[in-house]
Design a binder for this molecule. Structure first.
Ligand code: ADP
Ligand code: MG
Length: 641
């Protein structure tokens, strides 16, 4: 507390301090963005007032003409931005301007490296908001009064953008917020009317209320009557933006730049979006939507509480941010606006959950986004879709489980690494795969492993390499689960190459005979192995799926896959007991040697080693690694005799 009993000095939250410092230093080359942020906030404040006035018209007081006013004062070296929006109470000022409450800030700060150069690129992805005022100002005053509060209930907030801010009670006639920037000595160009005008023009055409600036003074007319020049008239103000909500305009009238600007306004994202879609729908339900696909993921994409959803307007009146009912969870990265003519102006989140109009809009918007993605994916020469996939693919993979109705559409958008590519990148679609299927092949084969190399080198792939059959290499944690939900794509079933009997489809007729012969020839060996490994395997059988490896493990048709098992175990969940099937390559010298082995002890050691190795080759952890090493060493020593 300072001497003035009314005035309180508070420290910024630690994070706010860090962020302020970083912002001031790193956004130096792009100073003018503070204007976008402040005008954007003013516009939000007016939106909120409009909304609250729906149920309480008295909030409009005697001043129903909503607008934002920008005044540059060269003499005082200040720039002032005022709005007659909702304003803030004392508590709200402290909450909103003293802390950084935005979700994701903590993650953002964690991702900082301490290297200013790298960090300044990072901050470009993060909405900097109100604090951007300190890029150009070394002192900022905010005078604000909440709509409906008494004239003497206003608040003055002030800060130099360092460690602290002060707050005191004051008076304010007009409701809303006035922000006075005392410009730094090297930022005086923002006290120049023309400079400010050109920046605001660029950032605010889409803002739905007029942004007013003083009309340029007319050139002095030497013939004017004396009296006229004497009185210093109040300057006249004029709107310098279009002042029409962007989505209400026709597509042809909106320039690409305006769409990009609007995106920044609604998303807090500095990176331009990848794509957008703007549509007016007429029919049973009438609404306009403008949906954007961002280029970058928000920091909190994996936080279940992340803010998501569209901005909802009803008949052009702002109703709420983050209306999450209009899109499914797996499209949570989409940003945008929906303006409905059918919903009531006093609609609430609870009502939205039950309204059939919302359901119908949700499925239409979902389809719209999926179509937008499909269109992007079709453009073979463009890298946009790959960018999208690398950023949001993991989220989209939640789709087939969440949205059965669009399962096939979503599946068509998925991208995988496969044995045909030599890189880890997920670039191949299921349609690409189907196009390359071998004659007679009726399944989409896949292998699941912890990482790319394990998948790529899996012994299960040997026969597929030999026959030139492509296999999807699945290494994301959700993949096994995803495939289980998809089951099939374009009537082709998915088949795990490590599950069940090998079945390559029609093309395997002659292989079947070979397989039968194999079984016969290796009957004795198989029986001996069954006995030796009884405790550890469900079954042992000879296979033709291996060409180089001695053996591999296969799970039963209805047993849980190895990856799923590991995920559930690491999540501390009980996993049903099931033993794998050991498949052997009886042509392999090691197994032929085993077949000849007369010493039962040695047979059992060798059998155990082969079993453990099969486990290791698929990326598994041995139950008894020390036992494995001991047995292997014993065998190695015997070798040297
Ligand atoms: P964001 O706009 O993303 O919420 P900002 O840093 O720009 O983040 O603003 C923080 C908060 O301060 C806003 O959410 C709002 O509650 C409040 N605020 C900022 N400017 C104004 C304003 N002109 N009128 C009323 N409230 C404001
Ligand atoms: Mg803001």
């Amino acid at each position: 507390m300072t001497a003035d009993a009314n005035k309180e000095t508070l420290g910024f939250q630690t994070e706010a301090k860090q962020l302020l410092h970083l912002m001031i230093h790193s956004l130096y080359s792009n100073q003018e963005i503070f204007l976008r942020e402040l005008v954007s906030n003013a516009s939000d404040a007016i939106d909120k007032l409009r909304f609250e006035a729906l149920s309480d018209a008295s909030l409009l007081e005697t001043d129903p003409q909503l607008s934002i006013r920008v005044e540059a004062d060269k003499d005082a070296n200040t720039l002032t931005i005022s709005d007659n929006g909702i304003g803030m109470s004392r508590d709200e000022v402290i909450e909103n301007l003293g802390t950084i409450a935005k979700s994701g800030t903590a993650q953002f700060l964690q991702s900082l490296t301490g290297d200013e150069k790298k960090d300044s690129q990072l901050i470009g992805q993060f909405g900097v908001g109100f604090y951007s005022a300190f890029i150009v100002a070394d002192r900022v005053e905010v005078v604000t009064r909440r709509a409906g509060a008494a004239v003497d209930q206003a608040v003055l907030w002030e800060s130099h953008g360092e460690a602290e801010f002060s707050i005191e009670a004051t008076e304010k006639d007009a409701r809303g917020t006035t922000i006075i920037l005392h410009l730094k000595s090297d930022c005086t160009d923002f006290s120049d009317d023309w400079r400010v005008r050109s920046v605001i023009k660029k950032y605010s055409d889409h803002i739905s209320v007029p942004v007013l600036m003083a009309k340029p003074a007319p050139a002095v007319d030497p013939d004017a009557e004396e009296g006229a020049t004497e009185s210093v008239a109040e300057p006249e103000f004029e709107a310098i933006n279009e002042a029409q909500a962007l989505w209400t305009r026709s597509r042809d009238d909106v320039s690409e730049e305006e769409y990009l600007e609007f995106y920044k306004h609604i998303s807090n994202d500095f990176e331009p979006p990848l794509k957008w879609s703007h549509n007016k729908v007429e029919g049973k339900f009438e609404y306009t939507s403008l949906l954007y696909i961002p280029t970058r993921a928000p920091f909190d994409m994996w936080n279940r509480e992340m803010t998501r959803g569209v901005k909802l307007y009803v008949q052009r009146t702002f109703i709420m941010d983050e209306a999450e009912q209009f899109l499914p969870m797996y499209l949570r990265f989409v940003k945008g606006v929906v303006d409905s003519n059918d919903l009531s102006l006093n609609v609430s989140r609870e009502i939205l959950q039950q309204d059939p109009a919302v359901d119908s809009m949700r499925s239409a918007l979902t389809k719209r986004v999926l179509d937008m993605l499909a269109k992007m994916a079709k453009k073979k020469d463009s890298e946009d879709y790959q960018t999208f996939w690398d950023t949001f693919g993991q989220v989209l993979k939640e789709g087939p489980a969440e949205d059965m109705a669009n399962k096939e559409k979503i599946a068509g958008l998925l991208r995988f690494a496969t044995t045909q590519g030599d890189a880890e990148a997920q670039t191949q679609s299921l349609d690409d795969y189907i196009e390359r299927m071998q004659e007679g092949q009726d399944k989409i084969f896949y292998v699941v492993a912890e990482n790319y190399n394990t998948a790529r080198n899996s012994p299960h792939l040997e026969v597929f390499h030999k026959k030139g059959i492509e296999v999807l290499l699945l290494t994301d944690r959700v993949d096994d689960w995803l495939i289980n939900h998809m089951m099939e794509y374009k009537d082709k079933q998915f088949q795990d190459v490590a599950r069940g009997e090998l079945d390559l489809g029609d093309l395997s007729e002659e292989d079947k005979q070979e397989q039968e012969q194999l079984q016969k020839d290796s009957e004795a060996l198989v029986e001996r192995l069954k006995v030796a490994l009884e405790a550890r395997v469900e079954d042992v059988r000879a296979t033709s799926r291996l060409t180089d490896s001695p053996a591999c493990l296969v799970v039963g048709d209805h047993d849980m896959g190895a990856q799923m098992r590991r995920i559930m175990e690491s999540a501390g969940q009980a996993v049903p007991d099931s033993k794998p099937i050991l498949e052997i390559n009886s042509q392999h010298p090691l197994l032929q040697k085993l077949d000849q082995e007369a010493d039962e002890d040695r047979f059992s050691d060798l059998a155990s080693v082969i079993f453990d190795q099969a486990h290791l080759a698929e990326g598994g952890q041995l139950e008894d690694p020390a036992g494995y090493v001991a047995r292997l060493n014993k065998l190695l020593l015997e070798l040297s005799h």
